[in-house]
Write a protein that binds this ligand. Sequence first.
Ligand code: PEP
Ligand code: MN
Length: 378
Amino acid sequence: MAYYALPKRKNNSGTKHLFRAWPGTKRKERHMIIVFKPHTPEEKVNEISGIITKLGYEPRVIRGVENTVIGAVGDEQMHRSLELLKSFSFIEDVIPIQKRYKLASREYHPGDSFAMIGEQKLGAGTFQMIAGPCAVESLEQVMRTAKDVSSAGARILRGGAYKPRTSPYDFQGLGDEGVEILKQVKKETGMPVVTEVVGVTHIEKVAEVADCFQIGARNCQNYHLLERIAPVGKPVLLKRGPASTIEEWLSSAEYLLVNGCPNVILCERGIRTFETATRNTLDLGAVAVAKRESHLPVVVDPSHAAGKADLVLPLARAAVACGADGLIVETHPNPVEACSDASQQIPSAKFKEFMDAITPIVELMGKIPKPHFDFEKK
Ligand code: PEP
Ligand code: MN
């Protein structure tokens, strides 16, 4: 399996300015089927055919004994959407027959793709554990966590310098200072870093240390941010929005890919449902669907789904059994003192036990768990 990389887009203006369309991808032809209700009179079919033509599409009428459908081909980005035809009482449905995402789809790339986070391969048969605190709080805290999780076998460090918090009164992360801490820990341990970008203004700063950007659940559908982060050229771990459908999540991945992001890693972290016993409902069905529909690696975050430390392990084991290519797990040297997500972080000193409970399932799934990371030798 080849390393999945999109061809670099040329910037025809010669500036760093982004341009929106990439011929052959974004401005692609779209096929729609317009289904009429049974026994719709001929003149209505002709009327719709005329509207479709006026809207700039090419209609092809297919008549059946009872049902008539029109196939319409056109560039939806250049024209008004044919969805408006649903307002006619004699139209049963308007159905797109191509997916809204293309580069992310398995049709486009049948094999599994993988991402490189630093020197660590993730996906296409290689499993990775990404571990670290919810937020960067101090040099000692991140260094201790990094040492504990790396000696337990995790090879990629997580930790947010910028935190998206539900309340403006909660700890918002150390910001630039947090980035500096991550730099020091990365330098000393050699662990590549996954860290979140919460807004376009921080991209450059976070890029100084991130080997992989994290787009948080709240920003999954922040298309402006996705468009801006993609051309930086680093992999992006894209969390699924708490209320995003799988199609919306994959369409967000498409935003990244079409704008030049080299590798996207999908991350299921639980969605909002009526259930309150867990913080979010881990949607393992989405993992299976994402693996079927897309070639992109899929990682699961059991920490934000569980919300409670004791539930993280069972969810993590289920995720691996369901086909996840990796896990991203929150750990802290002393969770009760954590500035954010205290109740779901696993004590980093106990991370080895956690890893030991995961590894047999990784092996059972035929994935290669990375060799033990020898921090001392790094
Ligand atoms: C996080 O990873 O700490 C985080 C804020 O996650 P999410 O965006 O999934 O809520
Ligand atoms: Mn968190």
